[in-house]
Design a protein. Structure first.
Length: 51
């Protein structure tokens, strides 16, 4: 669902493409920060792994 939104909506505009590039640039650092911070693991786990 989110992949389809990225491809069909965000990638169609310059601003959307910039947002996608920014997300891919920043997200590894955010993921490492969450992984190394015990107090953030539980709240983010529900978000990341709920379907």
């Amino acid at each position: 669902m989110l992949r389809r939104y990225r491809d069909n909506v965000l990638q169609q505009t310059a601003g959307g493409r910039l947002l996608v590039r920014l997300y891919y640039y920043i997200s590894p650092s955010v993921a490492r920060f969450i992984k190394n911070n015990e107090s953030l693991k539980k709240p983010s786990g529900g978000i990341c792994y709920s379907h």
